[in-house]
Each structure stands twice: as C-alpha cells, then as structure tokens.
Ligand binder design. Sequence first.
Ligand code: SF4
Ligand code: SF4
Length: 453
Amino acid sequence: MTHPVPSERVLPTLNNDGTRRWVRPKLYPGRYYKRRVWVGWSLIVLFVTLPFLRVGGKPVILLDVPARQFHLFGTTFLPTDGVLLMLLMLSIFVTIFLITALLGRVWCGWACPQTVYMELLFRPIERWFEGSRGQQLKLDREGANARRVIKLFVFVILSVFVANVFLAYFVGTERLARWVTQSPFEHPAPFLIVAVTSALVFFDFAYFREQMCTIVCPYARLQSVLLDKRSLIVGYDERRGEPRGKGRSTGGDCIDCKACVVACPTGIDIRNGLQLECIACTQCIDACDSVMDKVKKPRGLIRYASEGFFKTGTRVSWFRLRILVYPAMLLVLLSALFWMGSSKTEVAQVTVLRGIGAPFVEQGERIQNQVRIKIHNRSGEARRFELSLQGAGDSELIAPENPVNVEAGKQVTAGAFVLSKRDLFDNGVMNVEVTVDDGEGFTKHVPYKLLGP
Ligand code: SF4
Ligand code: SF4
C-alpha cells in the first residue's frame, strides 16, 4: 500500500516518508556560543547545587508533593496556603509574559534545562565521541560503530545523574541519598522512580531531543500570543540578504551557503521567517557571522532585532501598553504576596478535627468527645505545645501527650478526649475554644463545637 507523500516537509524532524530526520547541527563557536557556555554552565552548577542549599534550616527549593509542602526560599507553603501559591504562580506567569514580550524566547535559548543540558553537555560529548556533523551523518547512514555505543553508555550515566538532580527537587537530598545508597530490594518503589526518571531523561537527550521543544513544549505554542512585532527575536535581515545566491554578485548579502541551516539544532531555516521551532539559540547568528567575516561583509545578516525592524528596516520602539501593564500587574501580585506572606508570622498552624467514629459517647452523666489536634510547626526549631480548653466549664481535656513535642517543620496529630457534664450542652452543642500554647509567645485559640445529646 502506498501513502501520499507531502509536497513539503511537515516537521523539521521528519522526512517526507515519515521517518525520523536526525538533526546533527554543526557547531560555530562564535561570540554568542561563548556567552551561552558561560551562562549555561553557571546554570548547570546552580541546578545541581540548589537542592543542597538551605535557608534557615529549610531547603531553598523542595517541592515535597507526597508531604504536600513546598519549601521556597525559607518559606513553607502548605495546602492551606493556596492563595499564596496562586499569587506566586501568577507572578511567575506574568514575569514570563513580560520577559517574552521584551526579549522573545531568551529563556528557551539561554536558560531552559532542555537546551542547556542538550547543547552544552550531551551534544559536546556526542561530538567528542562521534566527530563532526559529516561524520555523524555518515554513522546515521551506515549504522552505529563502537564509539557511538560507548557514547550511549556515557549518556546513560549522565541521565542517571541528571534524573537524580531533578528528583532532589521533589524528594530532598537526604531522602534521595538514602534511596541511592540502600539496596533496591529494601526500597523497590523509590528505585523504580529513579530508574523510570533516568530512562525518560535518557530517552529525551539521546533520542527525542529537539522534538521536546518543537512538539511537546507548550511555551512554543504560546509564542504567537506572547510575542509581538516589537519583541526581540533572532531573525534574518531579508532586506539586506535577498536576493540570495551563490557567489557574491547576486545583489543580496546572503550567499546561500546554508551555514545557518546546518547550525540550527531544531533543523529549520531562519530565512523562512519567525517559526515556532526557533528556540532563539543564536547558533545561526554565529554561523552567519563567520560567513560574513569570510566574505568581508558586515556581521549581523542574522541578528537580534524586532520583527518590526526586520520588516520595515526602521527602528521600532520597544514601548507599548503591555510593557506597562505587565509590570503593574507584577507589582500588585508581588505586593499582595509579600504582604500576605509576611503577615503570616504564625509559628504553627493548628487544625482541630473531630475524632473518627461516633460523634460523642455517653458515659453516665458525662459525655465524651474525641478530637484530633493537628499541629504543624512552621518554625525552624523543635517546640512543645500545651493543649487546653476554654469556655467548657469544668470539662476535662485528656491527652496522652500534653505538651505535644513537634520537630521543626514537622506535623503531629495529637489525639485527645474531652469529658463534659451532660448539662453543659445547649441543644446538643457546646461552643468551646481549643488553645495551643508553646510557652514562648505563640498562642492559638481554635473555635470548636463539642457535641452532646
Ligand atoms: S549563513 Fe548567512 S549567508 Fe549563509 S545561507 Fe545563512 S543567511 Fe545566507
Ligand atoms: S533558527 Fe537560529 S536561533 Fe532559531 S533555533 Fe535555529 S539556530 Fe537557533
């Protein structure tokens, strides 16, 4: 059975017959690449060290999903801090909108872990083992050799490392160290998590690669709404380059050498205009600049400028309404975030819950209510919390552990019984306050309804 063959390429990573088109970019170590190496390696060092850093005894970043706690820069966010988290997320989104409106996809090309690890770690290792673009393409045609197999083995080791760094953000370095050092038979589930994450990282950097940016990443798709004619992009100066042609006598500065195309890690031709596959990595700038140097023409046929400038040839102001609106929104969001965050000075978060089972138990003239007092110690040190009852007449609060010891940052649920005289209840209810006091200035009164006959 024959399939219809499209007249033009559908995706830069697909051949017309549907097979994978491997992109083997040629490296042009120009001025932008050298800057990206500095920025990228600084970020890799940051990615790797951040999970180990502490602020006030807490991890700088720990997104502890199983414990439903996010630690960010010394502040712990609990599920009850939904408003704060929402403000934080909105602030991040507005910052992304602002940066993209001004600087285009600078995040993708300079700071995204996908690009940074791929272009500055995995790709250089690949070139070291397999040689130049031409040699890599030969291997694609003729089949893998021993060097490609060894490279894949090195990729496996690197993937395990990258996966462990990634997981450290979610499980913390202490737990991860236990997972790594103990036998997989003692911890089969964590072992499986590390193994699957490592396999996904390997799949991404050894096989999937640029398709993560061109097919999966939603940010590329948002480009059309986030960018406008005044945003900074990496673009081809068509007015200067066209008509293109081999040799130097065609009129335009582009000699159609395709250096910019073979340099592109997403496999596109920048001369076709702004494309969602372009991650603004600047490799085509370095490639074209090296060509312009050779043909003794000014650099910058491909360069950073706004789309408006490329179209009209005249400078367009970067100023527009949304450049005012985004910072104003950010100011409001961050003010609300800091105001709410700093007014939340509580040492501990206290929740009083009804005990499991019958709402109350009758014991002759006395009524017994079972309560659970959940105390989350948000301070940086262990505390002892004294439990007591207010507004309950001569009712007794009986707790097996009182005061309750809670380690720094930990949560304890203390069980307790309240024994009350039957006549203290009004229509089956007695409004009381459960008080939790650490003896060091923190007191919390939580209103609670005891139930009776
Ligand atoms: S590298 Fe420059 S000169 Fe060569 S094809 Fe690309 S734009 Fe034209
Ligand atoms: S077109 Fe240029 S800037 Fe865009 S991804 Fe390709 S090489 Fe990078």
